[in-house]
Design a protein around this ligand. Structure first.
Ligand SMILES: Nc1nc2c(ncn2[C@@H]2O[C@H](COP(=O)(O)OP(=O)(O)OP(=O)(O)O)[C@@H](O)[C@H]2O)c(=O)[nH]1
Length: 398
């Protein structure tokens, strides 16, 4: 092997060792996606071992030692698959892995009994390695596509596909022109520096994209926790205020009318006192789910306070908002809830952006309308009207 190949192999080993240490650091002291990070560290460690074992191999090496070096690369890809499935909380394909390992063991035992070309054996192991990497790339692509954008999915999966391509090229060479390859990946006979450069680049890209994905997921999680209500998953008060700011800007600049509904559970204290706080929590979750179900996708729903929800209806007139609110009230009062065997009723205050001079005033108006709905006997929706409020839906007071 020439000096430049030796130097490149040393650089690849050092890069993998460094990446392994970084992942170990994330897994242990930093506790960032602990399990996935530990598996990424293991992947890099397996790669270092695979390179070192391959270094000891020559054409005279016996079948078992020969297979060991190739299998180390296969194990590296399996560790990578484990890390990716753990990172994205996907199911690890145990059956596939067992059948891959079984095939390698079977072929090795067969090679010990029946004279078989070492090149053919290597081609088989590399083919399985490529197939496992391809399956990992598909899992990663689907997860990224689901969580981020198609562009991110394509960009972050490109290194995996590149490496799979390199492996399949290697398989073709081993099968159809072993004399052209004139040696083997990382063996002492091998001196293809172009392949080693490609391998080094892909190794770095794989670690960088995995790291970027891990950090982006963490940021997304933090954003989710900062903007969402823990119990219901709806927007929390802070996030809703941002949404309302945006709607109000549009209303001022483009005269786009929107309405808000302030929804409050009637006699919620009674549910807590009679059935316990836990059932009270379940009632809040039930209400959040019902709101989600009965509102349009474009409507913005939030948990504004304890048992109070604020809904924004973009591009909606007061008359339309009244209909939505009436539907909600009727739906809640007519459907009994399994945990209490009675219905949970709500009161709703409605206000339109066309009647308010500021966002604060809009919320005050919705709150006043809600207060009127409560005073008028609950289980109803009332819209705020300049100097008076009028009842929309009323049924027997609860
Ligand atoms: N279980 C549970 N209870 C909550 C939560 N947040 C607020 N509460 C309770 O909700 C109750 C609200 O009581 P009130 O403000 O008197 O309102 P209400 O009993 O619904 O009466 P009206 O609104 O006048 O119909 C309080 O007892 C709070 O402790 C929560 O997250 N979970």
């Amino acid at each position: 092997m020439d000096t430049s190949s030796v130097q490149l192999i040393t650089v690849i080993t050092l890069a993998a060792a460094l990446a392994g240490c970084t992942w170990a650091l994330l897994a242990r002291p930093l506790k960032l996606y602990q399990r996935a990070s530990a598996r990424f560290a293991l992947t890099n460690l397996c790669l270092v071992l695979a390179i070192l074992v391959s270094q000891l191999r020559t054409e005279q090496t016996g079948t078992f030692a020969w297979v060991l070096a190739d299998s180390a690369f296969l194990l590296t890809v399996l560790a990578y698959q484990l890390a990716i499935t753990q990172l994205f909380r996907r199911k690890f394909r145990t059956r596939l892995v067992v059948s891959v390992i079984g095939t390698v063991l079977g072929a090795t035992v067969l090679a010990a009994v029946v004279p078989m070309s070492k090149w053919g054996l290597s081609a088989l192991i590399y083919l399985l390695t490529g197939a496992c990497l391809l399956s990992t790339a598909i899992t990663k692509y689907r997860a990224l596509y689901h969580e981020f954008t198609p562009l991110v999915a394509r960009l972050f999966t490109a290194p995996d596909i590149l490496l799979t391509g390199l492996i399949f090229v290697k398989v073709m060479c081993l099968l159809f022109a072993p004399e052209v390859v004139a040696g083997y990946l990382f063996t002492q006979d091998y001196n293809n520096t172009a392949f080693l450069w490609a391998f080094l680049s892909v190794l770095l890209l794989l670690n960088i994209t995995a790291m970027a994905t891990t950090i982006t997921r963490l940021i997304m999680r933090m954003k989710f926790l900062a903007h969402r209500d823990q119990l219901t998953g709806l927007l929390n008060r802070r996030a809703m205020s941002d949404e309302l700011d945006g709607l109000w800007q549009e209303h001022e600049n483009q005269q786009r009318e929107f309405c808000v509904l302030m929804v409050d559970v009637d006699h919620f204290k009674k549910i807590n006192d009679t059935h316990g706080h836990h059932v009270g929590d379940l009632a809040i979750i039930h209400l959040a789910n019902s709101l989600r179900k009965h509102l349009r996708k474009s409507d913005i729903c939030s948990r504004f306070g304890g048992e109070e929800f604020l809904v924004a209806l973009p591009e909606t007139s007061l008359a339309a908002a009244q209909q939505v609110a009436a539907k909600l009230v009727i739906n809640f009062s007519q459907n009994s809830w399994s945990h209490t065997d009675t219905s949970i009723t709500v009161s709703v205050g409605i206000a339109s952006s066309t009647q308010a001079s500021s966002l604060e005033m809009l919320l005050i108006q919705a709150d006043r309308a809600l207060y009127s709905a409560k005073s008028a006997g609950r289980n109803r929706a009332i819209a705020y009207q300049q100097d008076a409020v009028y009842s929309l839906t009323s049924s027997s007071s609860t």
